[in-house]
Design a protein around this ligand. Sequence first.
Ligand code: PBG
Length: 303
Amino acid sequence: MLQETELNAADFVVPLFVIEGKNLSLPIQSMPEITRLSLDYLLKKIETLSKKGIQSICLFPSLENSSRSLEAEEAWNANGLMQKAIFSIKNHFPEMCVMADIALDPYTSHGHDGIVKEGEIVNDETVECLAKMALAQAEAGVDFVAPSDMMDGRVQVIRETLDKNGFSSVGIVAYSAKYASALYGPFREALNVSLQFGDKKTYQLDPANVREALLEAKLDEEEGADILMVKPALFYLDVIAKLRQRTERPIAAYHVSGEYAMVMAAAQQGWLDANKVFAEALLSIKRAGADLIFTYAAERLLM
Ligand code: PBG
């Protein structure tokens, strides 16, 4: 009766990894129970999730090396894996809210989120690519594009591109405060991406900073973001709570691959009860002020 915060299936966005092929469900070693799925299996998974009350998913492509290049052209190929997956999911489950990741890292041969010139990730050229990518996803039927790249000014250019092309109803979930975190390792295994040089600190946030995160969120909001994201979640609950005080927009938090892997690894040793820890973790993320939680633990909690 006195409980202040409650978790519901509708709070969760389930990240899903899609691969080319048929009848494929490839395990990810560092993410027990999570698999990369070919489209046929992905549709079955979405049916299961939908029956459990999940209203939204977010897609990530795990590509063959042959689809990667320096200029990441595959990202806006109308017949590319991501676009095919979006189209097919919306066709089969029109009521499912489909979000899709916007960033070049699944598509670049060096694994960075942007175009590289002379060893540097170049912001403005990358933003042009991201806008082309958002348009290709909108044409395939996506509900929300989710730019996770952390380039400056990308929300505005994506918004303008979508509007100009008749997609004003496609929303933007901006990864506003995405930290240069050590917790993304298992995700990079899932996508089979390894950075060929450097790190992501020139475009992702310094974990020491909170004012910068609030500024990034404000800029994204002014540029037209519909939902603001903080990522990772548990180490950044203060950021979520502070952002909650400053924006009327919905806030999403990404409970990332490393946050999932830590709990599953301890559970496999018999040291923690995974479901109890996940329930507590996700409740604390919501209590801090998140409206939506991207999490790999959703299906377990809805069992
Ligand atoms: C990259 C991207 C990453 C994640 C989502 N989009 C990894 C990175 O920035 O290296 C991480 C998600 C997770 O760890 O679950 N654009």
